[in-house]
Design a protein around this ligand. Structure first.
Ligand code: FES
Length: 279
């Protein structure tokens, strides 16, 4: 059981000015977590609830790992105050449907930017299920590359892409994805996690090739229980809630344009909240 302060942060690593990793002690969560799930974090009593995909879990150490981008009020505040030995007040989950892993033979796992972290447990789980796994991980530049060694340790091949060509292939992840697909006609599933525009681009690469593609959506989540409707996404002709029906969906069915409009509207509200906090 956690003490009254919450769940202790046992490790922190900064990948860049805005991206940081927190490893949090929570043995029950570590035991229950499966690839594709997320948690809802509350920093302190008056803090907002923020959903974060589980980037790793270690059942032996009893920890879960979160990789966070300081883009909003809470994530920036956390960047300042979360140190080893401090605590997160609340950590709820694991939430969402675990990814459907098993039965696939040749898989490409694509992670772009911050999406590189949550694609990791998926790549590992596919590998553990017996699939051949190629990881395609994309970053803006060499300085921002993280976890390449972790991927190399559990994947059959790792293709690093950078926008400026300072490491690996020059170009975004679709360049790496195309290369992986051309090299292996047996690929039967692609999983992509990253910004909506990136996931959309991956879906357009695999659609004409008829390869099943799964994306993990990260819309605005508030309660994470299917009650608030904040995480509504258009899938095919229907409406789904990412927090309970997802976060994984068939990429070829997702209305990414609708998702991007909703996220943009949200970021304006978020900017206002950030300005208030920084006053
Ligand atoms: Fe509220 Fe999904 S987060 S319905």
């Amino acid at each position: 059981h956690p003490d009254h302060r919450g769940f202790e942060i046992v490790a922190r690593e900064d990948f860049s000015d805005v991206t940081y990793l927190l490893e949090v002690h929570h043995p029950q969560m570590a035991k229950a977590a499966r690839a594709g799930q997320f948690v809802i974090v509350m920093l302190h009593e008056h803090g907002e609830r923020i959903p974060l995909t589980i980037a790793d879990f270690d059942r032996q150490k009893g920890t879960i790992t979160l990789v966070i981008q300081a883009v909003g009020k809470t994530t920036r505040e956390m960047q300042q105050v979360c140190r080893v030995g401090t605590h997160l007040l609340a950590l709820t989950g694991p939430m969402g449907e675990p990814s459907h892993i098993g039965g696939q033979r040749h898989v490409v796992c694509v992670g772009g930017g911050l999406g590189v972290a949550p694609i990791f447990p998926q790549a590992r789980a596919y590998k553990e299920s017996g699939a051949t796994v190629v990881a395609v991980v994309g970053f803006r530049s060499k300085d921002l590359v993280f976890w390449e060694d972790k991927f190399r340790a559990c994947c059959d091949e790792v293709i690093v892409c950078t926008d400026d060509g300072s490491a690996g292939l020059k170009g975004n992840v679709t360049t790496g994805l195309r290369q992986a697909l051309d090299a292996d006609p047996e690929i039967d599933e692609v999983v992509a996690i990253g910004p909506p525009v990136m996931m959309k681009a991956c879906a357009e690469v695999t659609r004409p090739r008829n390869i099943k593609t799964v994306v993990s959506l990260n819309p605005i989540m508030v309660d994470g229980t299917g009650m608030c409707g904040g995480c509504r996404v258009k899938i095919g002709t229907g409406i789904k809630f990412a927090c309970v029906d997802g976060p994984d969906f068939d990429a070829h069915q997702v209305d990414f344009d609708d998702l991007m409009v909703r996220l943009k509207r949200f970021s304006e509200t978020e900017k206002a909240a950030l300005a208030r906090w920084e006053e």
